[in-house]
Ligand binder design. Structure first.
Ligand SMILES: Nc1ncnc2c1ncn2[C@@H]1O[C@H](COP(=O)(O)OP(=O)(O)O)[C@@H](O)[C@H]1O
Ligand SMILES: [Mg+2]
Length: 333
């Protein structure tokens, strides 16, 4: 078996089937990531091919037999359809490849925020109360207590998240639900807005192990309702939001809260069925209760993204991190 041959697989789309034109920025983030991962693997002595696909994953893989190639799976959906991320992993499973990161089932759960929250709640993992809305009319007569954040049910990377996502009255809620249904062609998830600190917890390995916690520093925003990682904060370098949401890693957090956050993060990993590596996003309310807002299977591995920030804080080089993620897929260690 040629254990040294690695196929770095990623999605490339010229256009998106829905959403805002700017959303392509998030989709294209994976290209630089694929090349950084490939360079790291080459540095470590692996034979590497980088392959992009736009629709037909099976045809793309045909020249690379699973007995020779291990797949470093960076596939994040197709043409803006995030739900296809699970299909990519299922195709790899069906064809018998060994591949990095989570299985299709975990990806399918985590990329549908309503299903993910059901699974978390069933497993006793705290997640903010929510309601799935398929029609703006479903807002009528609903009187939530306190502000809400409204998200597309199946997007990631802060797509569809902006200042108008946080709503404080039924009119704003209705408008935002209508926007998500029309622009993103999917249901809207309205969730209790948790005012308080935001942590990203990177996990990997079998048990899993937890890397140093990261916290988003929102101190530039006086209004607590503006303290969110919006699309601008993530993808638009010239925006106020991007320049004013630095991440502190390791986060400064007292041992008791750290313990609570880590316990909840591990439970969330198991509830979703993550494998290899993952990142859990959490908000902590003013009483110190952590809530999982999202579990990211296969989070961004770019050199400037959160997972490597945490791995670096734990003493890993980028190459060491990439090689460990590959070895977890091959040997499980
Ligand atoms: N319940 C919530 N309360 C407060 N802020 C939230 C909540 N849910 C999400 N956010 C904010 O919105 C951002 C994006 O939400 P998230 O669920 O992580 O979606 P994505 O998949 O786009 O990363 C979070 O990083 C956080 O800043
Ligand atoms: Mg998130």
């Amino acid at each position: 078996m040629g254990a040294g041959k690695v196929l770095v697989l990623y999605n490339y789309s010229q256009h998106l089937v829905k959403g805002e034109p700017k959303d392509i920025l998030a989709e294209h983030g994976v290209i630089a990531c694929a090349h950084a991962v490939a360079a790291a693997l080459r540095e470590a002595g692996y034979t590497v091919e980088v392959v992009a696909f736009s629709t037909d994953i099976e045809a793309t893989l045909a020249p690379y037999p699973p007995k020779e190639w291990i797949v470093f799976n960076l596939g994040e959906g197709l043409e803006g359809r995030l739900f296809e991320e699970a299909r990519i992993a299922w195709a790899l499973e069906a064809m018998g490849y060994r591949f990095t990161g989570s299985p299709g089932e975990a990806i399918a759960l985590s990329t549908n925020k309503a299903k993910a929250k059901e699974a978390l709640a069933r497993a006793g993992v705290p997640t903010p109360p929510w309601k799935l809305l398929r029609d703006p009319a479903e807002v009528d007569g609903w009187r939530p207590d306190g502000p809400l954040i409204v998200k597309p049910v199946s997007e990631d990377a802060s797509i569809g998240i902006g200042a108008s996502s946080v709503v404080t009255d039924p009119h704003q809620l209705r408008e935002r639900v209508a926007y998500i249904l029309n622009r993103y062609r999917q249901a809207a998830l309205a969730e209790k807005f948790i005012s308080g600190r935001e942590f990203n917890i990177s996990l990997w390995g079998n048990e899993p192990e937890i890397l140093p916690l990261a916290e988003v520093d929102f101190s530039a925003f006086a209004n607590p309702l503006e303290r969110i990682v919006s699309f601008a904060a993530k993808w638009e370098p010239d925006s106020f939001e991007y320049k004013n949401t630095p991440v502190i890693c390791p986060a400064v957090v007292d041992p008791e809260l750290k313990g609570r956050i880590e316990e909840v993060a591990k439970k969330a990993w198991h509830a979703i069925g993550c494998r290899g590596y993952a990142r859990v996003d959490m908000r902590v309310d003013t009483e110190g209760n952590p809530y999982v807002v999202e579990v990211n299977c296969n989070p961004d591995l770019s050199p400037d993204a959160g997972f490597y920030r945490a791995a670096r804080a734990a003493g890993y080089t980028y190459t060491e991190m990439v090689v460990r993620i590959l070895r977890l897929a091959v040997e499980g260690v």
